[in-house]
Ligand binder design. Structure first.
Ligand code: ADP
Length: 320
């Protein structure tokens, strides 16, 4: 058996990933450290190594072995028809609840109109660094790595982004060094715009969760967002009703500022699963504003988020 020096044959970016490269009886075996690489990059590296080695007269057969655990990363999109319905709040709490349930969760905050995850997850001001021309997600104290439009630009600056710019920004966030993350939640901007289209074209999510308040208008828009996923062949995991039922902090009487039960009824009409209902409660907003979402601690308000996460977890489990 002899060894070949990969550096003399392959580009440095590939050569430095090769742990060993041996040749025996005409068969070359390259062992590649594929940690942090996406499927497309793995395929490209494999193709390049195979092509380069096959071209040599002493090589009759090439085997490329990727050593890193092959992480099957799935994207779960969280969408809404309009802004301000609690999509970011749900995404952050869902991420923490899924992580507590044992999943390796990462979060992409693709909401160009209001990238709020750095605030909600308490890592505002931290900047992601780039390695090999890819971003390294910023850690949060809840074990959830995050990349946000808010990390890329000053708040408010990305508002004017359209088409390719918004799409490329999304690609930078998704196609990053996510390491062993197996479930990437994507907090989408509201509606059905450029970011959604790029998402569906480049990174087809495994499924989508839609959030709405019980208000008719929010519901109609949420149904439209659902239609887009449906047309693209992305299953809607289910609908969540947020800001349902307000318990008066003084007398405890529950009122329904945005109506009641509308999302569940809409889910039935649209033949989509209903995942749960989150009450309107000042403590939920205060927790997010403090950078400590309710699911981070033992707050009783965390319960509906954990119940919704359990359904999403079961949905993922049934498809793995
Ligand atoms: P979106 O991502 O849909 O724009 P956010 O998650 O940013 O919405 O929520 C909008 C505002 O409403 C935030 O200030 C958030 O803290 C607050 N909020 C969201 N859900 C609730 C809730 N269930 N109870 C109280 N406040 C909430």
């Amino acid at each position: 058996m002899s060894s070949i020096d990969p550096k003399s044959l392959l580009p440095a970016s590939i050569a430095e990933r090769i742990a060993t490269l041996s040749l025996k009886d005409g068969r070359a075996i390259a062992v590649v450290d594929a940690a942090g690489l996406g499927e497309a990059e793995r395929a490209e590296i494999e193709r390049e190594i195979t092509a380069t080695l096959s071209a040599r007269s002493e090589v009759s057969d090439v085997r490329v072995v990727m050593t890193a655990e092959r992480v099957q990363r799935r994207l779960i999109a969280v969408g809404s028809g309009k802004g301000g319905v609690g999509k970011s709040t749900l995404t952050a709490n869902l991420a923490i609840a899924l992580a507590k349930a044992g999943r390796k969760v990462g979060l992409v905050d693709a909401d160009i109109y209001g990238p709020s995850q750095p605030m909600i997850l308490g890592n505002q001001g931290q900047k992601p660094v780039a390695r090999d021309e890819k971003l390294v997600p910023v850690e949060s104290e809840f074990g959830i790595p995050v990349l946000s439009m808010g990390h890329l630009v000053e708040p408010g600056r990305a508002l004017a982004w359209r088409g390719p710019m918004a799409g490329n920004a999304l690609s930078q966030l998704v196609d990053a060094h996510w390491g062993d993350v197996d479930t990437l939640l994507v907090d989408l901007p509201p509606g059905t715009g450029d970011v959604q289209l790029t998402m569906l074209q480049r990174f087809k999510p495994a499924g989508a969760v839609l959030v709405s308040t019980p208000q008719d208008l929010a519901l109609i828009d949420a149904a439209r967002a659902g239609q887009l996923f449906d047309q693209a062949g992305v299953p809607v995991i289910g609908l969540v009703e947020n800001m349902a039922g307000y318990a008066c902090p003084h007398c405890g009487e529950v009122s329904d500022p945005f109506g009641k039960g509308g999302v569940e009824t809409a889910a039935e009409r649209l033949e989509l699963p209903f995942l749960g209902r989150i009450p309107l409660d000042l403590a939920i907003r205060e927790a997010s504003d403090r950078g400590k979402p309710v699911t981070a601690g033992g707050d009783p308000l965390a319960k509906p988020f954990h119940e919704i996460a359990a359904k999403v977890d079961a949905w993922i489990g049934a498809r793995s």
